[in-house]
Ligand binder design. Structure first.
Ligand SMILES: [Fe+2]
Ligand SMILES: [Mn+2]
Length: 382
């Protein structure tokens, strides 16, 4: 491990950045938002929870110089640049980071090992080189030490949940059974040796059990369509967060793991994990508990991809004397950048999905400028 993560004066502030999902041509408003968040919160650690790069669009000509890349080498160069956009600001500030991959990161010619080696080239990379699950790149645990660095008192579990099969080109999303077995064996070992510590589990795609935080409702009360059922049966069913179980935003029906390989049951059995924290569904941002397990989902940071005004970051504040009772809250774009004119204009011009408003604004501005220019010319030539 390059960097040991430890409490400082008994406190630890961690920032989760999920789905920044950018390309080699950076979205400057997202970069500005993250810069401001780092400078305001001053986190001791940043956890990227997947879709860190929009890996399936690296070759596109959609942005920047509008050149299509045709070679694997060119794609790799763009991957290096895209990763640098999210890691250089942390390197500059000396903030350590860890990460998991999402379903988009390896949707390209690169393997996860190759992508991980780019992250490893940064001095503030805090990914453990031991404590890894042998069966899956990126599945590992990060020990969090006491302020005096004498002992591990908390643990961040990082689980891989999606990958592209390079032979058939398909993306699969589930936690490999071997990774669940790895977790169970470490859990049993810690119980036997009485070395268990509390922790948080980070995963890109939410576990299937997360669906239990929802309840069916009529659409007019803010329900979201269950698009999985709709695509199969054309039956329209709407859901919202069950207010007795969860609080926050449900912007879309969750897109959960394809297959249940028993991680939730293993977490329940283990008893040390204080919350399962996911990303992936860009407009979902909530905190709930079902069957004794707390499940948190965090909206995307990306302005490149779909999302709404809850784009932002999540903060975890831990106290060394009582790390189990951590505090967590989400900071949206408005909370970070403010609601002033320039911040809102920036958002309007740079956030994906606002084209209709953007082009109306640009057309209105152009019309106003043209009209005033004509007015000035008429005055001059009178
Ligand atoms: Fe994503
Ligand atoms: Mn995703």
């Amino acid at each position: 491990m390059n960097n040991i993560i430890h409490f400082k004066n008994k406190k630890l502030t961690v920032m989760q950045v999920s789905d920044p999902q950018d390309l080699s041509f950076a979205n400057h408003t997202m970069k500005a938002m993250l810069d401001k968040a780092y400078d305001t919160v001053k986190p001791d650690l940043v956890v990227f929870t997947g879709d860190n790069v929009l890996g399936n669009h690296l070759r596109d000509a959609r942005f920047g110089n509008r050149h299509t890349i045709k070679t694997d080498d060119g794609e790799k160069r763009r991957m290096i640049k895209a990763i640098d956009h999210i890691l250089a600001p942390l390197e500059k500030r000396g903030i350590p980071f860890v990460y998991i991959f999402g379903n988009h990161d390896d949707m390209n010619a690169m393997t996860k090992q190759e992508i991980a080696s780019i992250y490893s080239s940064y001095p503030n990379n805090a990914m453990p080189t031991t404590n890894e699950c042998n069966h899956e790149v990126g599945t590992c645990y990060l020990p969090i030490y006491s302020s005096d660095k004498a002992k591990e008192i908390f643990r961040f579990w990082l689980f891989d949940s999606a990958w592209q099969d390079k032979t058939d080109g398909q993306t699969y999303s589930y936690v490999k059974p071997e990774a669940v077995e790895w977790f169970k064996s470490l859990s049993n070992e810690a119980k036997q040796t009485k070395t268990s510590v509390p922790g948080l589990l980070f995963i890109h795609i939410p576990l299937p059990e997360q669906e239990n935080l929802l309840e069916e409702c009529p659409p007019h009360v803010g329900g979201v369509l269950d698009h999985h059922t709709y695509s199969k049966t054309k039956e329209k069913k709407y859901y919202r967060l069950n207010p007795t179980l969860a609080v926050g935003d449900l912007g879309e029906f969750p897109c959960m793991l394809d297959k249940n390989t028993g991680l939730f049951d293993a977490v329940k059995e283990d008893g040390t994990i204080k919350a399962i924290v996911a990303g992936h569904d860009h407009t979902n941002c909530f905190d709930g508990t079902w069957n004794g397990i707390r499940m948190i989902q965090t909206a995307c940071a990306s302005l490149r991809c779909y999302g709404v005004k809850n784009r932002g970051v999540r903060i975890f504040e831990l106290d060394e004397d009582n790390p189990e009772n951590f505090n967590t809250y989400h900071l949206s774009y408005d909370a970070i950048m403010g609601t002033g004119f320039w911040s809102q204009l920036r958002y309007l011009l740079d956030a994906d999905g606002l084209q209709k408003y953007k082009y109306t604004l640009l057309a209105t501005t152009a019309a106003a400028l043209t009209a005033s220019t004509i007015g000035i010319i008429k005055k001059i030539t009178k």
